[in-house]
Design a protein around this ligand. Structure first.
Ligand SMILES: *Cc1c(COP(=O)(O)O)cnc(C)c1O
Length: 386
């Protein structure tokens, strides 16, 4: 079965494989028993293996058991789910928040719930696959605008003034390019043309803004973005996702987002770990400061070597290479030199824009950064990257 399909994938150089990693100290992992520097995890603050998260999860597990046993609207809601939702609303400076089981589940549940027949969705051309799938599931008319093209957004809003509702949806930090959405311009357009604005802060939660609250805080736009989605599995080192906004939005989603209604609630221990992560984000800014210091050191180093890092403005730094084959080759050479960063190929990125997607975390030491830079310098010298 599927021999033909698999061989076609193989021929295009797009066959995917799983790397099995085991944790090692600090920023390292073991792959095939070899210790390498991990440079492609989204655990930006290094919280996934933090003692406080482990302990909170362990305590919750002892108290509540492991599974939640049912969906939220049946018997799956425990006090930790509610505590976490209140805490997330506080953190995001909104009236309310609603948990989802993952960022993917949030986007495919929220978008079809808030935009349907007679509505129009404007979606950035580089939005995450889960937003694309949310748009596909929606009965609204979908327009994909050129990446960050504010003029096109405005033109589309004008043309669609008659629609029942308009929804603009964008990644806060774009997941494959690491650039930041033009949120101030999108906010003013949404206000001028009476559109809802939804921002996906999967890569911004815990990372952007003086308090790590995300893109909205970064730009000083508190109270002006109707729908803020974010995830707990990246910088927060836990699992799950949230939507933060007005009480009515949350009540409406609880009544209509199918991925919320028809799916088993998160295990309480997962919520406990997320609560511990929020404590750390709010009380220990050093993690975020280290993250940005590391990110800036790595970026400057890459620039000095003359490597194309696109428009990155965040700890996601793409090394843009071109063909899938070249990107795969570069990734395996990097692994040989002790650096683990996977190649990202179409359809995740555009044809001809295959890349190594590096991510920097608070756990990297300056020695890690410098040895990764040496590995990249060698790839550059040997013509593996342009
Ligand atoms: C990772 C990611 C998601 C999905 O979140 P999960 O919790 O991993 O399912 C959604 N949107 C963006 C922009 C992401 O990067």
């Amino acid at each position: 079965m599927f021999e033909l399909e698999l061989s076609q994938i193989e021929q295009k150089g797009l066959r995917r494989r799983l790397y099995i990693t085991e944790p090692a100290e600090g920023s390292h992992v073991l792959i095939n028993s070899k210790k390498v520097i991990l440079m492609c995890s989204n655990d930006y603050l290094g919280l996934a293996n933090h003692p406080k998260l482990r302990q909170s999860a362990r305590e919750a597990m002892e108290r509540y058991g492991f599974g939640s046993g049912a969906s939220r609207l049946i018997s799956g809601t425990g006090s930790l789910h509610c505590q976490l939702e209140e805490r997330l609303a506080q953190f995001k400076e909104t009236e309310a928040a609603l948990l989802f089981n993952s960022g993917y589940a949030a986007n495919i549940g929220v978008i079809p719930a808030i935009a349907t027949n007679g509505d129009v969705i404007l979606s950035d051309g580089l939005n995450h696959a889960s937003i694309i799938d949310g748009c596909r599931l929606s009965k609204a008319q979908v327009h994909v605008y050129r990446h960050k093209d504010i003029n096109q957004v405005e033109a589309l809003l004008k043309i669609n003034a008659h629609a029942r509702r308009r929804l603009i949806v964008t990644d806060g930090v774009f997941s494959m390019d690491g650039d930041i959405a033009p949120l101030p311009a999108l906010v003013s357009l949404s206000e001028r043309y009476d559109a809802m604005l939804m921002v996906d802060d999967a890569h911004a939660t815990g990372v952007l803004g003086p308090g790590g609250r995300g893109t909205v805080e970064h730009f000083g736009l508190t109270g002006r973005v109707a729908i803020q989605m974010g995830t707990l599995g990246k910088a927060l080192g836990s699992f799950g996702a949230y939507v933060a906004g007005d009480r009515n939005l949350v009540d409406y989603l609880l009544n209509s987002a199918r991925s919320f209604i028809f799916s088993t609630a998160l295990p309480p221990a997962v919520c406990a770990a997320s609560l511990a992560a929020l404590d750390i984000v709010e009380q220990e800014p050093d993690h975020r400061n280290n993250l940005w210091a590391n990110r800036n050191r790595f970026m400057q180093g890459l620039k000095a070597i003359g490597i194309n890092t696109g428009d990155s403005e965040s700890p996601i730094i793409p090394i843009i290479i071109g063909t899938s084959e070249k990107a795969m080759h570069a990734s395996s050479r990097l692994l040989d030199s002790g650096v683990f960063a996977t190649a990202i190929r179409p359809p995740t990125v555009a044809e001809g824009a295959a890349r190594i997607r590096t991510t920097i975390t608070a756990l990297h030491t300056t020695m890690d950064i410098d040895s990764a830079l040496n590995a990249f310098a060698e790839l550059k010298q040997t013509g593996c990257i342009g």
